[in-house]
Write a protein that binds this ligand. Structure first.
Ligand code: ATP
Length: 259
């Protein structure tokens, strides 16, 4: 579903060029989940923006579903940290928005939206407005809105980072259930080791900027409901923590000097 080869992104700024990604390569098979993790500023959001077709200026090869990545691919959905809901529309209307724009007939629209609202525990809130919802509920609405369009690729940029630990786990579980049902390909950027290990059937660890792949870990246990309670889950979390510490200690950094 995704092929990234030798991806480099350099931003031109007033202070000179800033290399964000320094040659990133990986693949994600269709129907799989992939979590991208790395220290702040290592280029995770840049990578996701490239996959969403939002950054046309890059070097290297990026294919989505076999075609060069391009803006406006209809089956790609992007979910950001700040929800992006329309404050003047209620929950139902926010979720139905994309379907309305695509002129999906009303009965089908209502059926699809109601099903998602039930699945994400939002049905009883369908007439409320975003300002009347908690952060977790707003993020659920954002997820429902993206899923209403039945994407084959779901890109998520730290979607749960502003939520408390329990809400975050509940949303991770909802996402796991949705993935089990739809089997859409998911690429999720996160700072959380536990989140990466719970959701990512492949985990890409990036080095500090310019981001490069430090490790690509297979994680076939992810996607199982009881995975969090498996001893292997904890082992992988520790392993990932070490990988991140080593990655953070890039040559010439203070962390490297301490080793
Ligand atoms: N539009 C831009 N113009 C110039 N530099 C940018 C731009 N966007 C990002 N950068 C720089 O590129 C680097 C990578 O940024 P990016 O947002 O991709 O990192 P990140 O890993 O997602 O960070 P975080 O985890 O803090 O969200 C950073 O040094 C950032 O300052």
């Amino acid at each position: 579903m995704i092929l990234v080869e030798g991806l480099r992104v350099t931003y031109q700024t007033a202070g000179g060029p800033v290399a964000a990604l320094g040659g990133v390569s990986f693949r994600v098979a269709a129907g799989e989940t992939c979590c991208v993790i790395g220290s702040s500023g290592c280029g995770k959001s840049t990578l996701l923006s490239v996959l969403a077709g939002l950054i046309p200026d890059f070097a290297g090869k990026v294919l989505v579903a076999g075609a060069p990545v391009a803006p406006g691919r209809r089956q790609t959905a992007l979910i950001l940290q700040d929800y992006g809901l329309l404050p003047w529309k209620n929950v139902f209307a926010n979720v139905a928005l994309g379907l309305e724009i695509r002129k999906v007939p009303r009965p089908e629209r209502e059926a699809r939206v109601n099903r998602l609202l039930r699945e994400l525990g939002l049905y009883e809130y369908r007439r409320l407005y975003p300002a009347q919802l908690s952060g977790g509920q707003r993020q659920r609405v954002a997820i429902a809105r993206a899923l209403a369009l039945e994407p084959d690729l779901l890109l998520m940029d730290e979607p749960f980072s502003s939520l408390d630990a329990l809400t975050r786990e509940a949303l991770q579980e909802s996402l796991r259930e949705i993935w089990t049902r739809t089997r859409c390909t998911i690429v999720l950027v996160t700072h959380s080791i536990e989140e990466a290990v719970f959701l990512g059937r492949q985990i890409i660890v990036l080095s500090p900027r310019p981001g490069r792949v430090v490790a690509a870990l297979p994680n076939p246990g992810a996607g199982r409901q009881d995975w969090r309670r498996d001893p292997e889950f904890l082992r992988l979390c520790s392993f990932l923590r070490e990988k991140l510490a080593v990655g953070a200690a890039a040559p010439g950094t203070a962390a490297a000097g301490r080793r």
